[in-house]
Write a protein that binds this ligand. Structure first.
Ligand code: PEP
Ligand code: MG
Length: 604
């Protein structure tokens, strides 16, 4: 185990944002996937020759590493090999090699600094070429520059595949694709420098039931591989190298928490009906088909949101129609009569995939994301729609469109869908006669015209993760504004009330599948404003079911009436917290939602 000896290890308590509840106790595995920091210093004339030699060695080392990787890619496609060869060529490129050498010689600066300057000017050249293909090559230049830099610095090249079992992953950031990859390794939890509660990485952590803390800002600078960590995903804390008695106290805390959780889990198949007998439908959110049986096992009534974009991640090629059809069929067959709401591709924003080199956008969250991307890349969209139509005979399918901002987008999609249906009919493929088509309400524009949209579609699903992000202008993955992410902001409550009322007036179903639906604190307010369908991540299902069983609709309605005229989130939250504490007093849900303070620990 590298690093300091046990006696030298310093205890630290780091505060972040708890995004997935529970405790993880184990050793850290640091995955540093950040851009390397570049040291900058001047050389004396006598040092230049040695610096040139150092640069030559780093170049040679980089080339042979790429050669090695190429050798290991036994089943690689031609494209991967070509990319690696292009990287090797770049490492011999005159502009890069000679350019760097020249700066070392003429400006007497160290190799890292010189290389950084050269990489930047090469990228500028690519930027100015009016050809998408060349502009995309910027990332290859970065990749090559990074590799040489790391070799100059003598650092290791980070890879998630080296993460062992029973480790707590510590990283600057993990993309949703990284998190999906980590699923295959039995990690205990993770802690990152950046991120917010509803970032996709956080959502994945919850569905994998991995305790996680994000937004720790500097954990990758403080923690090294092998450090002992106690991660408290409920309070959002990480203890680094705590003394043994502290570890023991947390182990006891972990046992108490697990016991209460176990009680909730035992009751997970009991119906979710309020004290006054009102049924509330609790469904599950999934990212992968295999999770369907997991959410059902946790007590969900069907799938309320299947984020199909995960099918497109961590792979070199796009999934074809047949592959998608098989996945959707599996979800529908497993979900049974309760059915599944399958959402069409929601790429872009913070979700990117390998096979599609999407244009680098200045602001991807407001860019070519989700339905906008699909309506532009209709080939990809049609493949998915055809697969969904074909799968519709295998269960109770509801199709859902993400990030709808206007009625035109619904009309355009319907037109494409009709064409796909006609084609499939001509091909003799069986399909269900009527497949409900719904939309996510996750943009303020959609919320404002919910009454008009309700006449065009069969159901609404409220995506609060994005609705809050776009309404309050809070990047959901940015830890610096995480404190402004307020689901109980009066602007949100007004929107929710209008969306639910519009759906009810049009007689269509309305559910909520954003993370707000899976938070015990918010559920009584949601029931009070009229929602009767909630869809959520796996871990929340038993908890929310027990919350539903503990409350009555009257009290929830009173609570909502009491807060709807308050003027700010602080006031609303204080009122809601007090009311919910009272409603849940003495239940196992209360213990899990608010397990009490952990053992004494001093922040540092
Ligand atoms: C949402 O925005 O609330 C939602 C459920 O969609 P996603 O989290 O996938 O953006
Ligand atoms: Mg969304």
């Amino acid at each position: 185990m590298p690093g300091r000896g046990p006696n030298e290890r310093e205890t630290r308590v780091l505060e972040g944002i708890g995004v997935s509840p529970g405790y993880a106790i184990g050793r850290a595995h640091l995955v540093d996937r950040r851009r390397v920091r570049v040291p900058k210093y001047h050389l004396s004339a006598g040092q230049v020759k040695a610096e040139l030699q150092r640069f030559a060695e780093a170049l040679a080392q980089s080339e042979s590493q790429i050669q090695d990787i190429k050798g290991k890619l036994v089943s690689a496609g031609e494209e991967q090999v070509l990319i690696l060869e292009a990287h090797q060529l770049m490492m011999r490129d005159e502009m890069l090699v000679e350019g760097t050498r020249q700066l070392i010689r003429e400006q007497n600066i160290n190799a890292e600094w010189a290389l950084k300057k050269v990489v930047r000017s090469i990228k500028q050249i690519f930027d100015n070429i009016d050809d998408e293909y060349f502009r995309e090559r910027r990332s290859d230049v970065d990749f090559v520059g990074d590799r040489i830099l790391r070799n100059l610095l003598g650092g290791a090249h980070p890879s998630l595949s080296q993460v062992g079992h029973s480790a707590i992953v510590v990283a600057h950031d993990l993309s949703p694709a990284d998190t999906a990859f980590l699923m295959r390794t039995a990690v205990l939890g993770f802690a990152t420098d950046v991120g917010g509660k509803t970032s996709h990485t956080a959502i994945m952590a919850r569905s994998l039931e991995l305790p996680a803390v994000v937004g720790l800002e500097r954990i990758t600078e403080i923690v090294g591989t092998g450090d002992v960590l106690v991660l408290d995903g409920t309070l959002g804390r990480v203890l680094v190298n705590p003394p043994p008695d502290e570890v023991k106290r947390y182990q006891r805390q972990q046992m108490v928490y697990s016991a209460h959780r176990a009680k909730l889990d035992e009751a997970r198949h009991e119906p979710s009906t309020t004290q006054d007998g009102t049924p509330v439908r609790i469904a599950g959110n999934i990212e992968l088909p295999e999770e369907t049986s997991v959410v059902l096992e946790y007590g969900a009534e069907g799938v309320g949101l299947y984020r199909t974009e995960y099918l497109y991640m961590n792979r070199e090629t796009l999934p074809d129609e047949q592959e998608q059809y098989e996945h959707y069929r599996q979800v529908l067959e497993t979900a049974g009569a309760a059915g599944a709401t399958i959402r069409t591709l929601d790429l872009g924003g913070d979700k990117f995939i390998e096979p599609l080199k999407l244009n680098r956008e200045l602001n991807p969250v407001m860019g070519l994301r989700a339905i906008r991307f699909c309506l532009r890349e209709q080939g990809i969209f049609r493949t998915q729609l055809r697969a969904l139509l074909r799968a519709s005979v295998h269960g109770n399918l509801r199709m859902m469109l993400p990030l709808i901002s206007s009625i035109e987008e619904v009309w355009q999609t319907r037109a494409i869908l009709d064409e796909c249906r006609q084609q499939l009919e001509q091909e003799g493929q069986p399909m269900a006669d009527h497949i409900p088509l719904g939309i996510m309400i996750e943009l303020p524009s959609a919320a404002a015209i919910a009454d008009l949209l309700a006449k065009e579609v069969d159901f609404f699903a409220i995506g609060t993760n994005d609705l809050i992000q776009y309404t309050l202008a809070i990047d959901r993955a940015n830890e610096h504004v995480a404190h402004l992410y307020r689901p109980l902001h009066p602007a949100l409550l007004r929107m929710l009330e209008f969306i639910v009322a519009s759906a009810n007036a049009a007689g269509i179903r309305v559910s909520m599948c954003g993370e707000m639906a899976g938070e015990a604190l918010f559920v009584p307010v949601l029931l009070g404003l009229g929602l009767r369908e909630l869809s959520m991540n796996t871990v929340s299902i038993p908890i929310i079911k027990s919350v539903v069983r503990a409350v009555s609709i009257d009290t929830c309605e009173d609570l909502f009436r009491g807060v709807r005229d308050l003027v700010c989130a602080d006031q609303i939250e204080a009122r809601v917290r007090a009311a919910v504490d009272e409603m849940l007093a003495g239940t196992d849900a209360a213990q899990v939602v608010n397990p009490g303070l952990p053992p004494e620990a001093t922040p540092g």
